[in-house]
Design a protein around this ligand. Sequence first.
Ligand SMILES: [Zn+2]
Length: 90
Amino acid sequence: MAKKRRSGGRTRGKKGRGSLVTCSFCGKLVPREKAKKVTSTVSVVDFRIRKELRQKGALIPTTKVLKYACISCAVHRGIVKIRSKDERKR
Ligand SMILES: [Zn+2]
């Protein structure tokens, strides 16, 4: 059968079966090497107050949140884009 991608859409290399992670958006169980990692910074302070505080020179702490997205959620949210046939093969 023809292969759509050289890696099969995964990043595992020659490893065998890996562990599963839950998609943060739809709750689907996906292999860790197939899921897309999404990091975002989240602040506890409201954005209007944050802007005012920053103008006065205050340091506002932010925390990084790691999320996993399954392929269908990643395409839907624009994390990955659909590529043409020759672009995929590279
Ligand atoms: Zn999902």
